[in-house]
Design a protein around this ligand. Sequence first.
Ligand code: WTA
Length: 655
Amino acid sequence: MTETADHRDSYPPTAAFAAAANADATLYQRAQTDRDAFWAEQADRLQWHRPFDRVLDWSAAPVAKWFVGGTLNVAYNCVDRHVLDGHGDQIAIQWEGEPGDSRAITYAELLAEVCRAANYLTELGLRAGDRVAVYMPMVPEAIISMLACARLGLTHSVVFAGFSPTALRQRVDDAGARLIITTDGQWRRGTATPLKAAVDEALSGDPSTVEHVLVVRRTGIEVPWTQHRDLWWHDTVEHATPEHEAQPFDAEHPLFILYTSGTTGKPKGILHTTGGYLTQTSYTHHIVFDHKPGQDIYWCTADIGWITGHSYIVYGPLSNRATQVVYEGTPNFPDEHRHWQIIEKYGVTLYYTAPTLVRTFMKWGREIPAAHDLTSLRLLGSVGEPINPEAWRWYREVIGAHRTPIVDTWWQTETGAIMISPLPGVTTTKPGAAMTPLPGISARVVDEDGKPVQKAETDADSPDRSAVVGYLVLDQPWPAMLRGIWGDTERFHETYWTRFAEQGWYFAGDGATLDTDGDLWILGRIDDVMNVSGHRISTAEVESALVGHSGVAEAAVVGATDATTGQGIVAFVILTAETENTGTELVDELKAEVTKQISPIARPRQIHIVPELPKTRSGKIMRRLLRDIAEGRELGDTSTLVDPKVFEAIRTGKA
Ligand code: WTA
């Protein structure tokens, strides 16, 4: 092991950064002294139409009501008020298209576009509470669509444009969407690939709740057309009037649903509401990124199809009047210099990305970023999976010139906003540690019984923290917390609130440790959810896609450690008696099946065709053992297996 996690390897903030920082150390104390008053103060960052009467109503726990009685309009807070405050000419979105085209959109222009879209959606007969699916690449119209929905109280459900027609249909049906907004196609490494066609495929077959498909022309590729159902954005939205008066909605009005993977095959529609969500995304974007409106150029490299795109491209930054870069393409198109060129071109000051990308940059070599002037950068962020100490140090040294603070931010689709992170200018950071819950947030690391785990010595001499690994729980409600799983109250309770029901704590699904200073280290998922390049994929979801292939009798999927993507998907399948094992041919077919059912991101790295699977006496597949095999480790304890011989069979049957 070349890497060490040493809790004495630490990076205090510079005096200069601390002097000008948005955050200060007193916030922790203030939040602790009076939580409600603290959150009320953060809510005052927003413009409320009607002020709230009460900060938190937790009487119907675990469904929280935040800012009770308050009303506001999210789009008004993200756009209109900045224009009314005299910042209409400030650039909101500095958009960079993959082929090299670009567009600068000011707040005044953004307002006009959002109003046009809102007027047209109203004309289509959509009303507050209706659901709208957004299935789009990273084009400005995707953000405009989300804001137009928010403006009208329509609940958006953004579906990542990499998802297959089957996955889209599943989500559209679950939400009962009346409209899908999409594009004709999307740019993928210099080639225009169809997207609207995927919507057509999704909607073929059984009738759905979808009445219209609104299509933005992005690539100019030819698209099939269904009269009356399909509408061009440029024929409709662009002709609508650019004036629209935003109506206020209740603080608990549903803002969006976002599907994420859980421990069963069916994705969960995580529900977020209005006032608490916007308060916490705005507050965290302000203090965690030290964002200064009118000065910083902010860039979050996520896709709007994920929660990071919702909270830290759309709602957090825009509510804080950010000027931000939005990039359509991949980091290595046309070559590996693309991100650094963009940073240089726009003078990006705050850069937020995922560890998997940092590790990819490491692989490409430091001479690539070294060829660019990155001196504009003053803060770097990380999200999506644990960042290993080596990647952390490389990020700070090579990209941050030994100078920039790094914020390793832990949160989830369910938490809605950042929960655990250093505060730049305040926290002395350690490579690989998410450090401490933010002011106003409370977390614990506990054992099975809810007792605090002991603190561990996390230094080079004893890098093994496994002895004191605990469960990460959130023991107090927070404003941006999920309000439920769309249409499935029971699953909401069972997934998050049953494990520590007695204490009433939220179970995050992650393992963590505390070091001797009391700082938190997140270790990643401890349930059957995999994390591949920062994307959450459930083992059950991939298993059911594999079993969907007629040749497969049974499948077991595990996430195996991968040096670049964090985890890689490894599948073990048993074929039906009639199926001939054609080796690579069959394996390729099975991989294609997963792509078709879910998305290329869920495509297994390896598929092993095996005669049997290891099971416990109660019939549960022993994934831990499969993981050992997938990672080529010595096999652990197999004593609870029905028949330990199964292992030999698996190992020798390994493709
Ligand atoms: C993982 C993404 C370690 C974690 C915002 C969590 C992290 C899951 C970190 C949520 C981090 C996210 N350190 N692990 N800084 N950030 N995770 O819903 O396992 O796509 O439970 O939200 O990502 O993934 P999700």
